[in-house]
Design a binder for this molecule. Structure first.
Ligand SMILES: [Zn+2]
Length: 78
């Protein structure tokens, strides 16, 4: 979960991990630690068509989440 400054900039004013609720580290309006930001528009064939779901997960919670996957995440060099 992130909240932006009210000055219409892209500066993040507050960011929390949706999974554990911890505040993500911020500096000058940027998140300065590993996190996964999801901004997903559900499609026509889902029962959430027309909804955009947004959340942030810290790196520690990401590791816990994907550990439960039956098929591991594909990882490649970026
Ligand atoms: Zn977390």
């Amino acid at each position: 979960m992130r909240r932006y400054s009210e000055d219409n900039s892209n500066n993040v004013a507050e960011a929390k991990c949706n999974m554990c609720g911890r505040n993500l580290k911020l500096k000058n309006g940027l998140i300065i630690e590993g996190n996964m930001s999801v901004n997903y528009p559900w499609g026509y064939f889902s029962d959430k068509d027309g909804e955009i779901h947004k959340f942030d997960i810290c790196q520690s919670c990401y590791d816990k989440l994907v550990k439960n996957f039956v098929i591991p995440v594909d990882v490649e060099e970026n």
